[in-house]
Design a protein around this ligand. Structure first.
Ligand code: JB2
Length: 207
């Protein structure tokens, strides 16, 4: 029998996560946690059954949780909910789409989801509570810190180091062996050719 999983946040990113969880087939989604005004709504057939106030009781009843609130930029909410649930004793599995390629020579920490067609190559290390979104490519020996969102179609080249809590926007490319400081936000569609300072926001250059 499949283990049960509670997912936190029932918006757009949640739908992408549900699809991966269903395709992976290891966990049965037991319900969604969202805001009070959304109680009893259904997302792709799964009900919003509780609010954040119910998390202590839910952890007693269910073992496995996944944060399915997305993030554009830095997401303190994803981090706050993750840390709160860890404190309550929740378990965060790694969820991997069967359509992704994940090298056996890579290491992925708890609460991270690898969406469809992502490619994680040999020697890669990915931290906790990350989103490696659809079609992202993480090349050999790259390191990604905790609570990062590597968005759709991003290319992280070999040996890149990304600090915790970073956001890399869709279709951006990070050249090999660069370092991206923690809490950095990189907009979509940018080629990064030099190290990026922590807490910086990188936008496209407009002529
Ligand atoms: O504190 C909260 C909370 N705040 C917002 N606790 C809980 N349990 N849920 C919360 N939410 C819920 O997260 C909202 O009520 C809503 O249902 C959901 C956020 O949905 P939304 O569609 O606004 O964004 P998203 O985070 O799912 O997706 C964003 O990030 C993705 C990565 C979007 O911009 C997507 O386009 C993007 N792909």
């Amino acid at each position: 029998m499949k283990e049960k999983l509670i997912i936190i946040g029932g918006g757009g990113h949640c739908k992408s996560c549900i699809d991966v969880i269903e395709q992976e087939g290891k966990y049965q989604i037991a319900g969604i946690v969202d805001k009070r005004e959304k109680l009893h709504e259904k997302i792709l057939g799964y009900e919003i059954v509780a609010t954040d106030d119910d998390l202590p009781a839910l952890v007693k009843e269910y073992r496995n949780f996944l944060i399915t609130i997305g993030q554009i930029g830095v997401s303190n909410k994803r981090i706050m909910l993750f840390d709160h649930l860890v404190h309550l004793g929740a378990v965060f599995p790694v969820i991997i789409s069967p359509l992704a390629y994940v090298s056996v020579h890579s290491y992925i920490r708890e609460g991270t989801i690898i969406l469809h067609h992502a490619l994680i190559n040999a020697g890669v290390r990915i931290g906790k509570n990350c989103i490696i979104n659809t079609k992202a490519l993480i090349e050999h020996d790259a390191k990604i810190g905790d609570h990062c969102h590597i968005s759709t179609g991003v290319i992280i080249n070999g040996g890149v180091e990304i600090g915790s809590k970073c956001f890399i926007g869709s279709n951006s490319t990070i050249n090999q062996y660069l370092k991206i400081g923690e809490n950095a936000v990189i907009d979509s569609g940018i080629r990064i050719r030099e190290d990026i300072q922590e807490y910086s926001v990188t936008k496209p250059v407009v002529d």
